[in-house]
Ligand binder design. Structure first.
Ligand SMILES: N[C@@H](CCC(=O)N[C@@H](CS)C(=O)NCC(=O)O)C(=O)O
Length: 199
């Protein structure tokens, strides 16, 4: 069975595992340490980033967007709409959610990997500002809820899980529509909500 190499707090990993579950695509999941340069992760992805999907023949698929496209293909189009315009919409939603994650992660890594006296506050402010602009757009236009979730909706929900994990209390004010959207998603898809990022 294919295996997802992941970390429980990673939003991109949560998206991939939620997508696999929504598509009915069975995967094993193994936690790896992104700080381990010599390990299994580096052998599967020279960039040392998660998630990676390791296939039965030993091949690797990364990054997370290549994995969601792969899952969609092998599951007969279970998680992206067939209609071209709707598919573009879902792919753009996924790109927006991933882009917000990129900004949140840049913020987290700046504080985690730099000595205190080298942390550059304007850089932190810029990254958080971009993430908040993305969240404003989503609050104004929450993704339409469908009977079966698309990767776009899943990506947005996974990203919001990460925002709550690392930035709780810093983004919710003024975005209550979006908070309600996440609650509705979790009520509708509890089996996916189980896989949200955890610390
Ligand atoms: N564009 C990549 C981003 C993956 C990514 O940055 N993952 C983080 C964890 S959430 C990571 O592996 N960080 C370790 C590193 O950058 O060395 C994707 O969509 O998979």
């Amino acid at each position: 069975m294919p295996t997802v190499l992941y970390s429980p707090s990673s939003p991109y990993s949560a998206k991939v595992r939620m997508t696999a579950r929504a598509a009915g695509f069975a995967v094993d999941a193994r936690i790896v340490n992104t700080g381990d340069d010599a390990g299994e992760l580096k052998a599967a992805n020279p960039l040392g980033k998660i998630p990676v999907l390791v296939l039965d023949d030993g091949g690797s698929v990364y990054d997370s967007r290549a994995i969601t496209q792969y899952i969609n293909r092998v599951s007969g189009g279970a998680v992206f709409p067939r209609n071209a315009a709707k598919r573009t919409e879902a792919e753009t939603l996924e790109a927006l959610a991933d882009g917000i994650n990129d900004c949140l992660l840049a913020h987290v890594y700046e504080r985690r990997f730099r000595p205190d006296d080298k942390v550059h506050q304007p850089w932190l402010d810029k990254q958080l500002g971009k993430a908040l602009s993305g969240l404003d757009l989503l609050n104004a236009n929450p993704p339409k809820m469908t009977k079966k979730p698309t990767v776009g909706q899943i990506a947005v929900r996974a990203m919001l899980g990460y925002a709550t994990l690392r930035f709780e209390g810093k983004w919710e004010r003024g975005r209550s529509r979006f908070v309600r959207w996440a609650k509705r998603f979790d009520e509708r898809f509890p089996e996916l909500a189980e896989l949200l990022p955890t610390g």
